[in-house]
Design a protein around this ligand. Structure first.
Ligand code: ATP
Length: 269
């Protein structure tokens, strides 16, 4: 019924090995995987697993990928929606979507609910710039009602992503709601090399390609930037009809992607 809710089936299953360089983050989420696989074990020992986990970090650092990997590792369904999809023009639509989402999750527990851009809904109340204000508050209130409404060990874990934890309504961070935060940072040089390895796995590389060197020259790049870089390099290589990606193809792609492109246009203007 609610078109915004998407269940990603088993065909495109993401695993922790597909998430490169976020070792600590993966370790923190390991217990969530374990809980989803075997909620009864936790319940019988009186252990309480957090209901809500907030992934905090800049865009493109792998928050969505990480949430999908938790579902993939546990072998449970993944229901995802973006916070910006909740906030509709008509009052009441957002709240009913929240209701639908949780209903669907309850029928399919154990499972993961993933809310991307939660700040679009859960911005601190009273900071709206006019329109859509009531609608957002209603949606947020419904989300709080739903989160309070299911039991701790019902087998539903709500994961949400934001890059603006500072603007979130403190109500969503209370115990029993999103009371656990996992910081997802930009990758360091080693992380970047690992991400480059993941994204060149099925790309033929020339013998001159040195991924460590690429990692060293991409400080500040996110996983999404690196994926983009290697894709541009593959396009460059295809144009030159050489059948493999050379170090030069990679270097020429720098200007096209993210940070490189930004710097370039600043120099020009
Ligand atoms: P946003 O906040 O913009 O939604 P995000 O943090 O959720 O961003 P993802 O959507 O998970 O980022 O990442 C985008 C893409 O970048 C991924 O599909 C993946 O291809 C690549 N990527 C990002 N981080 C990693 C990583 N750590 N390992 C491998 N690939 C990554």
């Amino acid at each position: 019924r609610s078109r915004a809710v998407m269940e990603t089936g088993g065909s495109k299953k993401v695993l922790f090995k597909d998430v490169a360089g976020l070792q600590e983050e993966k370790e923190e989420l390991e217990e969530v995987v374990d809980f989803l696989k075997n909620p009864n074990m936790y319940t019988s020992l009186g252990a309480r697993i957090p209901k809500g986990i907030l992934l905090v970090g800049p865009p493109g650092t792998g928050k969505t990928l990480l949430a999908k990997a938790v579902a993939g590792e546990a072998g449970v369904p993944f229901f995802s929606i973006s916070g910006s999809n909740f906030v509709e023009m008509f009052v009441g639509v957002g709240a009913s979507r929240v209701r639908d989402l949780f209903e669907q999750a309850k029928r399919n527990a154990p499972c993961i609910i993933f809310i991307d851009e939660i700040d679009a809904v859960a911005r601190r109340r009273g900071t709206g710039l006019g329109g859509g204000h009531d609608e957002r508050e209603q949606t947020l209130n419904q989300m709080l009602v739903e989160m309070d409404g299911f039991g701790v060990n019902e087998g539903i874990i709500v994961m949400a992503a934001t890059n603006r934890v500072d603007i979130l309504d403190p109500a969503i961070l209370r115990p029993g709601r999103f009371d656990r935060k996992v910081a997802v940072g930009r990758p360091d040089v080693k992380g970047r090399e690992e991400i480059l390895k993941v994204h060149t796995k099925n790309k033929p590389l020339g013998s001159d390609v040195n991924l460590r060197r690429v990692a060293q020259t991409t400080a500040g790049f996110t996983g999404a930037d690196l994926e983009n870089l290697m894709n541009e390099a593959a396009i460059n290589a295809a144009k030159s009809k050489q059948g493999y990606i050379s170090q030069r193809d990679i270097e020429q792609s720098f200007v096209k992607v993210g940070i490189g492109a930004e710097k370039h246009s600043k120099v020009i203007s």
